[in-house]
Design a protein around this ligand. Structure first.
Ligand SMILES: [Ca+2]
Ligand SMILES: [Ca+2]
Ligand SMILES: [Ca+2]
Ligand SMILES: [Ca+2]
Length: 519
């Protein structure tokens, strides 16, 4: 599931104000401006592009990308051997008219927008298998499986209950806000003007009060609060009505035989999908056009973004993740970014096989650690670099998120054994659909900062293997030694060495220095 850290709960709404964060802070390294990013500007100055440099394809497995975006278009991968629009699979890779990548969650008629959480899909299968059987009726061989069923069932019931309550709360709040918007005829109003406005309806009066309370101190505008409420309503609507709904299964849209993992060839070639904000943001961090004086700057100047649409509003499916990995590897990607994750896996064996394939083909995999403020040494965030036999994928980097002060983000997952590095992931300004730009926070943003650096290193020093690039990035982190707030807690203190394997935050200048020294 892709998770942008939005201020979803209005009642504790603190709009993340992008104004207080310099737009390119994540590329800088300035204590004076409290913009402690990856020091890319110095890196590019200190290490000019070698004559042997070559363009690197980065596959972005996400919810789609706006390939027409003014600041992305030039850097979107184009399949050189495929003729567009002739309904022929010219390059014989199994995908018809795959010009910029592939959409694994689309069908002949439309695309999947919202899907279940994995726990919902697992529970549906378990109910079919065990129904109302009690523990006594279960054979010894099935006991462990049955226990997993019961755990998932209890967790699902709890989530559904919470989602239902939140949905009803926001339904009411949204009615208030809609009433106010109707009277105002806009949401684009200053707090000052809203203060002078006298709504007639009681509902609108309540909304006005909520908004003005949120705008105290000037960190949020009324428009921010309107948008927060709309986003929160949409979020809980999707989660209650679809993601957790056992009756809802959108896979018919794709039309594949879902259980048949041998067939990798399904989906459609339209890669933007119904939204694509998240994927476009991720793509921009890696490879927005650097020298065009518009929008923002990506990290690598020599990059093409391959678009693989796999992530719905809900949990991505293992089958699609595995097939996207194989597509990326077979069509030339040297780095794969995965800014998604989930609490349960449906078919880990199948995903493992795809990662083993990527590892064997020298492809680097960068994965977001997740946004639950939890320790992934104890609770997995799938996919994981650990194969079922316990061995480790050697070309994988797991990434937590840091802020402009080099603190770990309070939402970031961490793990002394399971997270490798931290990278900037708070208020990152980047591209979203329809030629727009927004600041998002999440390990979803920290992962492409790392993937961008990996792409830069592989572009400048193409003789380095994926394992060497991983070693370079991990071996050159900046290691803050001070005590920092432990993610997911209010007051607990910890140190970076307890949060990840390398004890630090990635740094482009140090990484290029180390990479240049490898002959
Ligand atoms: Ca093709
Ligand atoms: Ca074609
Ligand atoms: Ca599509
Ligand atoms: Ca630009």
């Amino acid at each position: 599931m892709k998770k942008i850290i939005l201020s979803l709960s209005l009642l504790i709404c603190v709009s993340l104000s992008s104004q207080t964060y310099p737009k390119d802070w994540h590329l800088n390294y300035s204590a004076k401006d409290t913009a402690l990013g990856i020091d890319l500007f110095n890196a590019l100055k200190n290490f000019p592009q070698p004559a042997t440099a070559k363009e690197i394809i980065v596959a972005v497995i996400d919810d789609g990308i706006d390939i027409e975006h003014e600041d992305l278009k030039q850097n979107i991968w184009v399949n050189p051997k495929e003729i567009p629009g002739n309904s022929v699979d010219d390059d014989l890779n199994g995908y018809v008219d795959d010009i910029n990548g592939w959409d694994f969650i689309g069908g002949p008629q439309m695309d999947v927008e919202i899907d279940n959480l994995e726990m919902t899909r697992l529970l549906r299968d378990y109910i079919a298998k065990y129904g109302n059987k009690t523990k006594k009726e279960i054979s010894k061989a099935d006991r462990a499986d049955f226990a997993r069923f019961k755990t998932i069932q209890a967790e699902h019931a709890k989530k559904l209950d919470e989602a239902g309550k939140n949905f009803n709360t926001y339904k009411t709040i949204k009615q208030f806000f809609d009433a106010l918007e109707q009277e105002l005829e806009t949401t684009d109003i200053s707090a000052k003007d809203l203060e002078k406005f006298n709504p007639t309806k009681n509902e609108a009066k309540l909304a006005r009060k909520i908004i003005l309370d949120q705008c105290v101190g000037g960190k949020s505008t009324p428009k921010d609060v309107f948008n927060d409420v709309k986003d929160a309503y949409k979020h809980f609507y999707a989660s209650y009505k679809y993601q957790l709904n056992l009756e809802y299964d959108p896979r018919y849209i794709v039309g594949d035989n879902y259980e048949d993992t041998k067939n990798r060839f399904y989906g459609n070639n339209e890669v933007k999908g119904p939204n694509g904000d998240h994927g476009s943001h991720v793509g921009g961090i890696i490879g927005a056009v650097r020298d065009n004086k518009i929008g923002m700057q990506g990290i690598s100047p020599l990059v093409k973004i391959m678009v693989l649409r796999v992530v719905p509003d809900g949990d991505e499916r293992d089958k699609d993740v595995a097939n996207a990995i194989r597509y990326a590897v077979d069509n030339g990607a040297k780095v794969i970014n995965m800014s998604f994750g989930k609490a349960y896996s449906y078919n880990k064996t199948y995903v493992d096989e795809a990662f083993r394939y990527a590892e064997s083909k020298d492809v680097l995999i960068i994965h977001a650690a997740g946004n639950d403020g939890k320790n992934t040494d104890k609770e997995s965030n799938f996919p994981t670099p650990y194969y079922e036999d316990g061995s480790l994928c050697k070309t994988w980097i797991e990434v937590g998120a840091s802020d402009r002060d080099q603190n770990p983000a309070d939402f970031s997952n961490y793990g002394k054994k399971t997270v490798n590095v931290f990278a900037p992931g708070v208020n990152i300004y980047s591209t979203v659909i329809n030629n727009e730009y927004k600041a998002f926070s999440g390990t979803s943003m920290a992962s492409p900062v790392t993937a961008g650096l990996a792409a830069l290193i592989r572009a400048y020093y193409p003789h380095l293997t994926a394992i060497q690039v991983k070693q370079v990035i991990e071996g050159t982190v900046v290691k803050p030694t001070n005590k920092v707030r432990k993610p997911g807690t209010k007051k607990k203190k910890t140190k970076y060495k307890k949060l990840c394997t390398t004890a630090g935050i990635i740094n482009a200048n140090e990484a290029l220095k180390a990479a240049a020294a490898i002959k």
